[in-house]
Write a protein that binds this ligand. Structure first.
Ligand code: ADP
Ligand code: MG
Length: 489
């Protein structure tokens, strides 16, 4: 069945809706700091007025494969460690100042500790992102994120807001009735589920006891505008698990912590840190000085459980994603997988090529020189704004030495359906065609050495939308907005 169209409202009713939406957002923390903010002033986050249609079956597919994807990446990290390390070494050659630095820290820690990690347990809070491919109505994976996944906080909030607007009759022009069935506009429980992941890591840190004296350390960016997204997870930690949290940037870590017998403490209170949760450290810009790299090294070598560990972070690079689309490699990494699930995983992949000297790489170079309009070129970077699209690709590649092309992957473009939803940003409403990207969160606790998985669960969803005219969709970066799904069959 086709989805219901968006509510059509008279101007005066839309104005009422917008006022209520803004009040709700400001009351409930669906907010962000504006650029150059003062600490006491926040803005409504950019969001859609209405939830965007998403086929129920495809949403369920994405949910169904999440735990297998979590396991796949854990197997890469623990069971195929040597292979992963060999790949990271190759990537480090291209990218000494970032991938190389991270890898150096990993190696240094091992060599200082007789080849072993201080803390073998690792927490992954992941997010797998998809777009719908209109051509065959399947979901296709955009990327798998293993560090600093964001919007789990605001996603729960936007779901609640849309339900509130629906329940209050703002979506029905005539009778002030519910326009949607609430079941069809599900609220993501990502705030509580991500907090649960952290709480469970605290439990394993404390030899499987619920110790509420240990604390969580959030590593954050100075001047972060998306702090409320993170704060919602902190509030859930204290409310639901009695776990305190602290926030420190990589710049400040060394002044504010003490390490004793490999345990990490907050200097001022001598609270012991059980989990270091990185919401920073995923890109070169987060390491403004050598001090930041030293901080990362110090944190990594403690007994605190890292979310993520260095290897977990590096397993999420685009290059590894490209390699994992190979059917044989996939099967090898998931030896016990049943055929149905295996096919489900495969169906989420679009073609991704290397740009190296391999046969596949040579083929990719050939097709891109003939027609680049169907591709996106991606470097090994996270956080939005790094990709090169379509016709820009050949020009871009010409500027770099061919031997360095191996640092990039070439991915087929996905063409999602367009919807004419409305986006509100500050006090402006944009009514343009939008396209959406569904993210599914996942939490996993595992032993990085043995590969044993202690806990693995799907952790809610996120829908981000952007104007179909823009190539990139980063919300914090200013291109997109937070949305929610309206499921239809
Ligand atoms: P980043 O690590 O910077 O988030 P992504 O791989 O997620 O990198 O790409 C950023 C954005 O580019 C995505 O959110 C999506 O909007 C767009 N994009 C990436 N890959 C594709 C693709 N294959 N087809 C269409 N759009 C894509
Ligand atoms: Mg992304």
């Amino acid at each position: 069945m086709a989805p219901k169209g968006f509510p059509e409202l008279l101007k005066e009713h839309e104005d009422e809706l917008v006022e209520s939406l803004l009040h709700w957002s400001l009351s409930n923390g669906l907010i962000m700091y504006p650029p150059n903010y003062a600490k006491y002033q926040a803005n409504n986050a950019p969001i859609t007025l209405f939830p965007t249609p998403f086929p129920k079956k495809l949403y369920e597919n994405a949910i169904e494969v999440q735990e297998v994807f979590n396991e796949l990446y854990v197997n890469v990290i623990s069971k195929e460690k040597e292979w992963l390390i060999a790949k990271i070494k190759e990537l480090s050659e291209f990218d000494q100042s970032f991938t190389g630095e991270l890898f150096n820290i990993y190696q240094k820690i091992l060599s200082e500790n007789g080849g072993k990690l201080k803390q073998e347990l690792s927490l992954g809070l992941f997010r797998s992102d998809y777009m719908i491919n209109s051509v065959d109505e399947t979901i296709k994976q955009i990327e798998f994120n293993t560090i600093s996944v964001s919007f789990g906080g605001l996603s729960s909030k936007v779901g609640k807001l849309h339900q509130y607007l629906n329940n209050s009759g703002y979506y029905d022009d005539k009778y002030s009735m519910k326009y949607y069935d609430n079941e069809h506009i599900p609220i993501s429980n990502s705030i509580n589920k991500l907090a649960k992941g952290i709480n469970e890591a605290n439990y394993y840190y404390n030899d499987q006891t619920h110790n509420t004296k240990t604390v969580i350390l959030f590593i954050i960016q100075e001047g972060e505008r998306n702090v409320f997204d993170q704060r919602h997870i902190e509030y859930s930690l204290i409310e639901n698990h009695q776990l305190k949290s602290y926030r420190l940037s990589l710049e400040k870590v060394q002044e504010e912590v003490v390490i004793n017998n490999d345990k990490l403490y907050i200097k001022q209170t001598m609270d012991e840190v059980s989990v270091v949760y990185y919401r920073s450290g995923y890109g070169p810009n987060d390491y403004t000085s050598s001090k930041c790299w030293e901080s990362r090294y110090l944190l990594e070598k403690t007994l605190a459980i890292k979310c993520p560990s260095i290897l977990t972070q590096l397993s999420g690079t685009k290059k590894i994603q490209q390699i994992l689309t190979n059917e044989e490699i996939l099967k090898k990494l998931l030896p016990k997988i049943d055929t149905k699930t295996y096919n489900q995983l495969l169906s989420t992949f679009v073609k991704i090529y290397p740009l190296d000297d391999s046969e596949e790489g040579k083929y990719a170079k050939k097709i891109i020189s003939e027609d680049s309009s169907k591709f996106v070129l991606k470097p090994q970077r996270e956080g939005g704004g790094n990709n090169i699209y379509k016709e820009d690709i050949p020009k871009f590649l010409q500027k770099i030495d061919e031997k360095d092309w191996g640092a990039y992957i070439l991915m087929e473009l996905i063409h999602p359906p367009k919807y004419s939803n409305k986006i509100i940003r500050n006090d402006e409403i944009y009514n343009e065609d939008i396209i959406s990207e569904l993210g599914i969160f996942g939490s996993i606790i595992f032993n990085e050495t043995t590969g044993e998985i202690k806990l693995n669960f799907e952790s809610g969803h996120l829908l981000r939308s952007k104007f179909s005219s823009s190539n990139e969709g980063g919300v914090a970066a200013g291109f997109g907005c937070v949305d929610n799904i309206y499921l239809y069959e």
